[in-house]
Write a protein that binds this ligand. Sequence first.
Ligand code: GDP
Length: 532
Amino acid sequence: MALADRDAAAVADRRTFAIISHPDAGKTTLTEKLLYFGGAIHLAGEVKARGQNRRARSDWMKIEQQRGISVTSSVMTFERDGITFNLLDTPGHEDFSEDTYRTLTAVDSAVMVIDAAKGIEPQTRKLFEVCRIRNVPIITFVNKVDREGKEPFALLDEIADVLALDVAPMSWPVGMGGTFKGIYDLRRNRLFQRAPDATGAYEGGKANLSGLDDPRLEELVTPEIAAHVRDEAELAMAGYAAFDAAAYRHGDLTPVYFGSALKDFGVEQLIDALAEFAPPPREQPATPRVVEPGDPAVSGFIFKVQANMNPQHRDRVAFMRLCSGRFRRGMKLTQVQTGKTIAVHSPIFFFAQSRELADEAFPGDIIGIPNHGALRVGDTLTEGEQIRFTGLPSFAPEILRRVKLGDPTKTKQLRNALNDLAEEGVTQVFRPMIGSNWIVGVVGQLQLEVLISRIGAEYNVDAGFEPSPWETARWIAADDEAKLKAFIEEKRSAIAEDRDGAPVFMAKDAWELNYISQRHADIRFTATKERH
Ligand code: GDP
């Protein structure tokens, strides 16, 4: 096979995706089972066990444990039937929406997990909207059908109505809750009555039928259950859209699979659906041109930075989504934002239980690049071409606090800590024009707790917060530099700089922001900022 053909095949065989859900819908359980059936882990329970070891290492992660939430996102790669799956974990808690948002910029599709008893919950909906903005196609997994839940028809209607999507049922639960007897695969007419064992065998728990009217259905379940499933499934197939791959990839239709992650039902069908329908790496928005995965030169963007993955080494890993070209270890890449060249000697692939040096990588792959702070979220890396990937904004903070230092001799450590954590996107930091206390800005309250606890555990700095006079902030800009300068002079006491030196106006509340922005029509107040 010619090299170019091999590269094209490698791209076609990649699926880079994330799972979106409301906390408790079963994302962790499903992740674990995807890795299990993908052959990446051998014992159910290992994802959590690994998570707990890691958590024990540093104090701040206790917050995760106490609250039962996951605040870090990571990458897990597994292979099945020749397809490479890159699963990007997203934090489910709403306080971390910025991190989640950025992770969703790095995927080509998503799986939306819904709790059958709860339907569409607020966080699912919010994350879905992010996917919609970026045209990320969604496969729906209705989880927990082994428990009492809403009727399948009610769930399908809810998805269709709330999310304004066509729904195409791909499987149907045979009973639910106490009467749960398995899953019927509507496309391939297979009945799954038992969960597969460790080797993937069903021990007679899987039957290939000729159709819903196959008389064996009565024998396999009971005549009453068979009649019930036939009625429901026929109604469902007549009443909802048929699956249409183009409509799914366009984001207009979601195929819906029913299952139980806990009891191993529906998980393999979900993997098969990702392999069969989910898009391989897509073109990525950039200026001055979009980047195609088939473009020969290497390009990628940093969507996440994690500091102190190994607390002993103070290392920092930047996660790069490769968008084009075939990456090889040792390559020199240009950081377009600064013009600096970086030799990538130790790129990392992340598997469920290990990390490995990445000798080569293809579009759609995520590689970790260890560095000492040079790489930042939003950076574009190329072989020299001046392109910049777009759509990785920072969001204006909704909570602003002054940082109060317990021990005044630790100013430098505090500054380092705030810089590192700002780089990860845990917080934003602002330096006011007047006064010496740093201001930190976060989107949600929980981020403040994580911040203080990490500053203490990882940097040994005792710090706290005091209320600040401001509640919200906006980046400011103007076509006429003189007008911007005049505004900054006039509002000195409410002006700060962000980490890049960009001016920010801080307002006491939304009313003041509105009032000031109306009176200064020449100034642009923006709630998001992209790094250029
Ligand atoms: P996450 O917060 O979305 O990651 O949810 P988890 O995977 O931690 O699951 C939340 C709870 O639901 C846990 O107690 C799981 O054991 C339970 N759970 C997950 N999947 C299922 C399922 O298919 N059936 C049942 N009955 N419980 C489940």
